[in-house]
Design a protein around this ligand. Sequence first.
Ligand code: KIV
Ligand code: ZN
Length: 515
Amino acid sequence: MSSSEDRILIFDTTLRDGEQTPGVSLTPENKLQIARQLDRLGVDIIEAGFPITSKGEIESVKMIAKEGLSAEICSLARTSRKDIDAALDCGVDSIHTFIATSDLHLEHKLKITREQAVEKAVEAVEYCKSHGVIVEFSAEDATRSDLTYLKEVFKAVNNAGVDRIDIPDTVGVITPEKMFQLVSDIKTVVNVPISLHCHNDFGLAVANTLAGINAGAKTAHVAVNGLGERAGNASLEELVMSLYCLHQRKTNINTKLIYETSRLVSRITGIAMQPNKAIVGENAFGHESGIHTHGVLTVPLTYEPIAPELVGRRRWIQAGKHAGGHGISAQLKELGIDASRDQLKDIVEKVKELGDKGKRLSETDLSALARAVIGQTSPEEKVVDLQDFSVMTGVRMVPTASVRVLIDGKRYVASDTGVGPVDSAMKAIQTVTGGFGEITLKEYRLEAITGGSDALAEVRIKVEDEEGITASASAAGEDIVVVSVEAMLDGINKVLLKRRRLASAGTAVTAAQGT
Ligand code: KIV
Ligand code: ZN
């Protein structure tokens, strides 16, 4: 359907606009790690940063530019020579230079005339071109700029030799219909490719970008997980999947790496995804109701517009009051529990009763409930068996934990450090099991069940491996380090057992997931 001519270029701004997300600040090493992943993902252009802003930013952009990645490495600069020189010094392939063009910004922010802004834009483009780099020019606040003037600005930079022009919807106020029209208008005055940079203030960033692409724009500015100033930028994952599934337009993105990229960015930036976020949110491939569960287990397309595997994820089912036999039976299979038809009926009834009482059933709860119904007391199936562990902590020392385990009967030992005894113990466990898969802690909740310093504590955790297989586990006791270790090992065992069951079934069947 689409030729390579037709391919939409992905200009990723996670490391620039994305880093402008309130509360996000990345070290050069963080940025390099994300840049490497973006390159693996297949983005065409990485906007690595805004060098004039800090020494760390210069170091980051230099490191990324030196890394030898396949993507074009770009750097942001205002139209001043100082900004452009800072970007050029970083050794980037391209410079993204910008100046505001709306009267609002010209009068109140820049305090210059329209004519002066055109002059600055042209000078900047010529200066960049004289240094042999690719240059993309953005008319900041384009969507609130006077159209005749905006055309004049773009015509001028086009004549000055710009390689791409960008239409930023800086405060996210355009609508899809207007964006289609705007791109159609701008196309009549330039002969270089058009980029779009949409913000999500009204939740329309992806829709506006798609509309602009339908009108002929060639490049989309996006950020992983929709990060960016205020409500963020158009989200990479939503835009790429919409282009692919709904518009039959290709990008260079390896969609199977979308979820792991999202998780990496979320972990490094500390910005968690809302559960119902499209594509990468926890619930995006989760099913609860019996009707939906039956549907997806029979023909996935019934309730799944995107195959989870296409974005590196797995389907999962939640046991709840809307559950049906098909879903619960699939979950039990993954937990290695065999129930007869009558037992299954009983289990489903009990799940519904608990659901009616407002209880969300975790995988651990479902397993305990099912085993109670079928008369099994303990699962006892384990891959990793704890032999012993110790933790050292105190003032003026780094908390350090050592752990000894048997994995499939073979002895493994590891130690690790952390910010406290629990953290070091969790890390030591992840290190000792690391050879069997990268199983990371996604959630950790600690609750004191009773009062006092000898309070009974309950730890609930959730872990996930690199393929998106998750498990939840809990443990209770008086020593929070011991119960944390028990819960973590239980979670890791569940993931490893699920992986083995999936591998022996030879299929990517439904992965049940705890809460
Ligand atoms: O939102 C915006 O206008 C920007 C510019 C720097 C392109 O981020
Ligand atoms: Zn922006």
